[in-house]
Design a protein around this ligand. Structure first.
Ligand SMILES: NC(=O)c1ccc[n+]([C@@H]2O[C@H](COP(=O)([O-])OP(=O)(O)OC[C@H]3O[C@@H](n4cnc5c(N)ncnc54)[C@H](O)[C@@H]3O)[C@@H](O)[C@H]2O)c1
Length: 280
């Protein structure tokens, strides 16, 4: 039985390679019966994904392309429609690398690059796939990838947070614009996720230990944690959900403001109460 409502349908995953979130999304959607158009700028990283899909007997096409280049999308969407009825897309390509952490006032070089990848490639993917979904008139589903950092401040990473916040804004606007056409547009906002790439994506001085202190569930997420949320959002199980952002972050985004290492909320002023809560 097709519980997810995506069996035999095609989904474009931009940034599918490398064994991280994109690859996990392909795996989860493929296991649910979707046919995958796996796209990545890096041939070696793409092969990590397509080799796994082949081994798992998941129907797919692998394409090497740059999501920042609008010119590539006609071919990508055509390939998806040949594979099966087009259901939607997941623009995963994004991120920020250590040299791109910089004070806003000093950063002339990287801001545009970060926005171009994180917002530009999402815009290109969603516009090309969304346009075809509108033409088909059969509905569809799009799941964008943001970050919990888009919901609050990210000093020295302002380009990344702003670009991902723009992704969330786009998500809401298109949910309304395409709602009557039954094209749902949602986003998943990961917290700190252990991926092959993210191990090298730490600020200087950061360790996994310091990360864990601010995560209520005291562990980093996995690519499969994110992919499971994407599968739900893109599937018919979320058939009445649109314009939403689902944080998959071990509780990071709802963590109260704290003022000491005991992590008691700042509004617990009474020392006796603080001690009692600490000893609980
Ligand atoms: N890993 C985390 O902790 C974390 C946290 C929050 C949000 N995210 C977001 O999740 C997404 C995936 O993260 P990840 O850690 O799996 O990243 P990753 O670097 O492991 O994977 C991204 C893939 O995108 C590809 N790619 C890069 N630029 C591209 C382009 N221009 N066109 C096509 N493909 C391109 C890369 O080659 C790579 O295979 C990103 O959007 C990232 O911002 C990740």
């Amino acid at each position: 039985m097709d519980v997810w409502g995506i069996s035999g349908k095609s989904v474009v995953v931009m940034g599918a390679g490398g064994g991280g979130i994109g690859t996990a999304v392909c795996r989860h959607l493929g296991r649910a019966g979707a046919r995958i158009v796996a796209v990545d700028i890096d041939a070696d990283k793409l092969a990590v994904c397509t080799d796994e899909l082949t081994t798992s007997d998941i129907e797919h096409v692998g394409l090497i392309a740059d999501g920042r280049d609008r010119g590539v999308f006609a071919g990508i969407v055509d390939a998806a429609c040949e594979l099966g009825p087009l259901h939607g897309c997941v623009p995963v390509a994004g991120g920020m690398w250590p040299p791109q952490w910089a004070p806003f006032a000093s950063d002339d070089v990287f801001f545009d690059d970060v926005v171009d990848l994180n917002f530009g490639s999402t815009v290109n993917t969603v516009r090309a796939v969304g346009r075809r979904l509108v033409e088909q008139g059969q509905g569809g589903s799009i799941v964008n990838i943001a970050t919990v950092s888009a919901l609050n401040a990210m000093p020295y990473g302002s380009a990344y947070a702003a670009a991902k916040a723009a992704v969330l804004s786009l998500t809401r606007s298109l949910a309304v614009e395409w709602g009557a056409r039954d094209i749902r547009v949602n986003a998943v906002a990961p917290g700190s996720i252990a991926t092959p790439k993210s191990a090298s994506n730490r600020k200087p001085g950061d360790t996994d230990g310091t990360d864990l202190e601010v995560i209520p569930m005291r562990r980093r997420g996995t690519s499969d944690d994110i992919a499971a949320a994407v599968l739900f959002m893109i599937s018919e199980l979320a058939g009445y959900v649109t314009g939403q952002v689902l944080c998959v972050d071990g509780g990071t985004s709802v963590r109260p403001t704290v003022n000491d290492r005991d992590e008691l909320p700042v509004f617990v002023h009474n020392e006796e109460l603080r001690a009692r809560l600490r000893d609980w």
